[in-house]
Each structure stands twice: as C-alpha cells, then as structure tokens.
Ligand binder design. Structure first.
Ligand code: NAD
Length: 253
C-alpha cells in the first residue's frame, strides 16, 4: 500500500527534536522525500539517521527560521535537492522564559516572537511562491493550545501562537484558488524536550500538569505528526484555513 504523501517532497522545520522529528519520520514513512531542517545540527543529524535507518530518503539543511537569508536559502536548497516542494511543516519554536507580562523584558518578548511568529511568516513567504509555480502544495504551521487560550506566565508564547493562527487563515484565504492549502495544528501538552524543560524535572509540576489533562496523560509527538501529515496530504483536500486541536480535549473543557 502506498503512503498518503507518496512521491511528495516535504520540508519540516524544528525537525531535530520532539514534534518536528516525529513529523519528519511520519512524512518519510508515508512516502515523502524529506528535508529535515533545524538550527541544531546534532539533532538534525539524529533525525536524518532515524529516517534513513527506517528506509526513508531525507537530507538535512541547517537554518535559523528567524533569519530571512537562512529561510530563503533553505527553500532554494530544498528545491535544488529534491526538485520541488509539496508539503511544509513550519514547526520550529521556543517556549520562552516564563514571567508575568508586566515583568517580561522586551528582549525576551522579541526573542520568542522572532522564532515563533516571524519564523512562520518567513517560511510561508518563501514556500508559497515555489508552490504557486508548481500549481499547488500544502502547508501546516504549528500553533498550540496557547494559540486559542490565554496562558498566564507566557504572554510572548501565547501571543505568538495566536498570531500564527491569523497568519494561517490569511495565507489560506489568499491562496484559496491557487491550489496551496494552509492549515495549523494546535498541540496540547506533548511529551517533548520542550515540555520536559518547562517542567524543570519537578515531579510536583508534572503531576499538576497531568491532573489538568482530561485524558490524564501527555500527547506523544507521533500523535501530532499524524495530524500534520494528514493536513499536508490529499486526504484533506477541502481543508484550508483550519486550526486543528490535537490536545486530548484540553480546550474542550
Ligand atoms: P522541541 O524543543 O523538542 O523542538 C523544537 C525544535 O525547534 C528544536 O529542535 C530546536 O532546535 C528548533 N528550533 C528552535 N529555534 C529554532 C530556530 N530559530 N530555527 C530553527 N529551529 C529552531 O519542542 P517541541 O515540543 O517539539 O515543539 C515543536 C513545536 O510545537 C513548537 O512550535 C512548539 O511551540 C509547539 N508546541 C509544543 C507543545 C508541547 O507540549 N511540546 C505544545 C504546543 C505547541
């Protein structure tokens, strides 16, 4: 049986860890040739290795998504490597240091916005023209449950993830008749290095977060990846401008 993105070329940012790594592996398993991109070369190499060991085809390109030159080069190199760009998962992100909004420094605010918001804007800006030339494509941006709910202590993160949904809807509408679909996935609490770092190794905090989860457990990176790859596949051909919560019911309460 062929995969749901058989023969496609997929780009995943933040693919050196967590959700991005699972997404890159899932794209490869489902038949795509994958560009693994991350700022972190070591993490990227581990993902590449895992894809190749599983029999997939992939290549690594380092890029800092907050820098336009890096993103422009990433898209050029993707097309130079695999001839086209069909699917993109704009996933790289940071959680930022927590603090009350009125105590947040402008530097910390800008650090988070540069990656989580400007990074997604730059990826869309450089991906869409390549897809337009080909006559279509599908993009999924990683937002968050914090993209739809207020998040005390993480004003920068929360604002960036809300804004990703605005970018997603606008890009989807601008491209509704071009064959380029743009959607977002909104993960809940997912067991990745980012979540582990936020819980700072404290069993107390972990128990508290787990108690707040309707399912009583964290999501897995693979559960988010399944949704992202589906949104980039032709199985979701009439879905655009959508924000898909994959959060074990957290926002449903
Ligand atoms: P992670 O820390 O495991 O992975 C994030 C990856 O992004 C890392 O490999 C990191 O090197 C990369 N990255 C960071 N800054 C970058 C930059 N400037 N350019 C390129 N790459 C960069 O985190 P994760 O949990 O897998 O998060 C992935 C995405 O999912 C993020 O956008 C995050 O906000 C979002 N998210 C995560 C959760 C969760 O609970 N884990 C929940 C909601 C949303």
């Amino acid at each position: 049986m062929s995969g749901i993105v058989e023969g496609k070329v997929a780009l995943v940012t933040g693919a050196g860890s967590g959700i991005g790594r699972a997404s890159a592996l899932t794209f490869a398993r489902e038949g795509a040739r994958v560009i693994v991109s991350d700022l972190d070369v070591e993490g990227g190499a581990e993902t590449l290795d895992a894809i190749r060991k599983a029999g997939g085809e992939a290549s690594f390109i380092q890029a800092d998504v907050s820098r336009e030159n890096d993103v422009a080069n990433l898209i050029q190199q993707t097309v130079a490597t695999f001839d086209r760009l069909d699917c993109a998962h704009n996933n790289a992100g940071l959680s930022g240091s927590p603090s009350a909004l009125h105590e947040m420094t402008v530097d910390e605010w800008q650090r988070v916005l540069a990656v989580n918001l400007t990074g997604v804007f730059l990826c869309l800006k450089h991906e869409i023209p390549k897809m337009l030339v080909q006559g279509g494509g599908a993009i999924v941006n990683t937002s968050s449950g914090a993209g739809v709910l207020g998040t005390p202590g993480l004003a920068h993160y929360c604002a960036s993830k809300h804004a990703v949904l605005g970018l997603t809807k606008t890009a989807a509408l601008e491209n509704a008749q071009t064959g380029v679909r743009v959607n977002a996935v909104c993960p809940g609490a997912v067991d990745t290095p980012m979540l582990r770092a936020a819980m700072a190794g404290s069993q107390e905090i972990e128990k508290m977060v787990l108690r707040s989860q309707p399912t009583g457990r964290f999501g897995t990176p693979e559960e988010i990846a399944e949704a992202a790859v589906w949104l980039c596949s032709e199985r979701s051909s009439f879905v655009t401008g959508e924000s898909l919560l994959v959060d074990g019911g957290s926002v449903a309460r």
